[in-house]
Design a protein around this ligand. Sequence first.
Ligand SMILES: NC(=O)c1ccc[n+]([C@@H]2O[C@H](COP(=O)([O-])OP(=O)(O)OC[C@H]3O[C@@H](n4cnc5c(N)ncnc54)[C@H](O)[C@@H]3O)[C@@H](O)[C@H]2O)c1
Length: 312
Amino acid sequence: MYHIVTGGAGYIGSHLAEDMVSRGDRVTVIDDLSSGTYMTEGARFVKVDLRDGAAVGKLDIDGGATIIHLAADPNVKESMEDVIGHFHKDVTATLNVLELARRHDAKAFVFASSSVVYGDARIIPTKESNLKRPISNYGTFKLMSEHLVEQYAVSYGIRSTALRLANVVGGRTSHGIIPDIIAKLRLNSSELEILGDGRQQKSYIYITDVISAINVVVQKPKEGFRALNVGSADSLTVKEMADIICEEMGIKPVYRYAGAHDGRGWKGDVKVMLLDTTGLRRLGWSPAMSSREAFRQAVRDLLAAKKKAPGR
Ligand SMILES: NC(=O)c1ccc[n+]([C@@H]2O[C@H](COP(=O)([O-])OP(=O)(O)OC[C@H]3O[C@@H](n4cnc5c(N)ncnc54)[C@H](O)[C@@H]3O)[C@@H](O)[C@H]2O)c1
């Protein structure tokens, strides 16, 4: 099989590219290295900024690929400040990749969407059809991108899937609560500032379970457009997450709660997130780890990596 992985030098993309190469598939990684640093041996690497439509239009790549579009800036907090910058990183880049898919007769298209599209969901666990409205710019841009993907699926016959991912952890996590809290505790192990009231409740998914979800939809493309949730069946409160990190680090700091009003950690922070994954399970996928197991394993991965190579 032949795949193009955008954002393939980043966290999820590098795991995916490695997995695909290890199975003997042909992989082209497209990334501008704005935040990603990983190079996959055996994959072709093309450096381009996907916001630049003219540069994307000149790319010399073979047709008939399955395109897995992961390039984006996943920082929810920053999307509330640098709104236009985030729009281009998330929406303009997606449109340019869809044009690439159209011009190069993509076999299928997989888009990395997010659980944030549901905002403050009314129904928990949340089904794909339970969309209300996002509460962050990042969430809105993901939903706008999904609409573009759907439009291209309908207008140009590209078989497309949007995967709405829960919080992904494990291996090389470089952003999110685990590296943030570990960094804070390394500076001061006696006190920990927790963003929000600690009762926000979120679902986690281990990186290998995300890779298997992507592989399932790549191998079973469907005519038209579909959105599928990817997550585990349980969730953790932020306080429980902090407890797990402290246990693994062998420390007992005093917790101090700070952040936006309403118990949220920041503007756009979703308070409760748990996804109904019946749709993906019907395709034969199920996660090997619960949120609790995934979170603890990810903490261990990161602490072990920090011991080996400080800084990353
Ligand atoms: N990590 C999570 O918990 C999570 C959850 C839900 C959805 N997602 C989505 O999954 C995808 C991958 O996330 P990640 O955690 O691996 O992020 P990441 O930041 O580690 O990787 C993103 C990659 O995209 C590249 N990139 C960014 N803008 C680009 C541009 N304009 N042109 C070319 N390359 C560009 C970066 O250099 C980086 O290598 C993103 O779309 C993200 O929104 C991630």
